[in-house]
Design a protein around this ligand. Structure first.
Ligand code: COA
Length: 193
């Protein structure tokens, strides 16, 4: 994320001025130094796939909107135009670096996306420091290891590309995300790039 300040509206859940003071956003920069090739733990019934075609723009936008809807620090939904602006038009954009976690629907043969993560690059450059971009799992699918699976998959790809550090810009109110990042070894850092 380039800056949460323009992506998120800190006042969406505020009722009055004092609430606003209580909800001042605290952006956190974390990084993880990779000392060995990350191991992705498979989860029975969950598969990962890349970004296929333009129909996945709607998938990506829906996962982002629904995954953050219940968070205390809410974000404004993006339009397809904003997705193009912030992701597809960026120098770092690579559809092979967007992953969706999917589960087979019980009553059909179709796979249903339940989580996602995108690998971006700091500073918007193709050669910038790798950055986790919009990691999200739908609320009803949390606590099953999907977030960890997506994140370690992204890290393993970074490792394969020769990167040894991964950064993320997150928010102090996103407690589950912070817990996940810390569990995987992310520590606070200064933003690079
Ligand atoms: C953050 C998020 C992706 C985690 O997804 P998830 O699939 O539930 O996470 P996992 O089940 O893989 O959890 C992995 C580890 O993270 C930690 N963790 C995740 N959610 C947690 C929570 N609510 N409370 C405490 N620890 C938590 C745990 O240590 C867990 O491992 P453990 O169960 O072995 O202890 C999900 O909660 C989410 O989509 N949140 C809203 C969007 C968001 O904040 N994204 C990050 C933007 S930077």
């Amino acid at each position: 994320m380039n800056s949460l300040q323009f992506l998120a509206d800190p006042f969406t859940s505020a009722k009055n001025h004092s609430d606003r003071i209580m909800t001042v956003p605290q952006v956190l920069h974390l990084e993880h130094h990779l000392s060995a090739e990350p191991t992705v733990q498979p989860i029975p019934g969950i598969t990962l796939r890349g970004f296929r075609d333009e129909r996945d723009v709607a998938t990506w936008l829906r996962l982002r909107e629904q995954s953050f809807a219940a968070e205390p620090f809410r974000i404004r939904p993006w339009s397809a135009f904003e997705f193009r602006q912030h992701c597809q038009a960026a120098a770092w954009w690579n559809p092979c670096h967007v992953w969706f976690a999917e589960v087979m629907a019980t009553n059909s043969q179709s796979a249903v996306p339940v989580g996602m993560v995108t690998l971006a690059r700091r500073g918007g450059e193709a050669k910038g420091v790798p950055a986790v971009h919009w990691l999200a799992v739908l609320p009803e699918w949390r606590g099953k290891g999907i977030g960890r699976m997506l994140l370690t998959h992204l890290e393993r790809r970074c490792w394969e590309l020769g990167d040894r550090v991964v950064q993320v810009e997150t928010h102090s109110a996103w407690k589950s995300a912070l817990a996940l990042y810390r569990r995987l070894g992310y520590v606070e850092c200064r933003r690079r790039g």
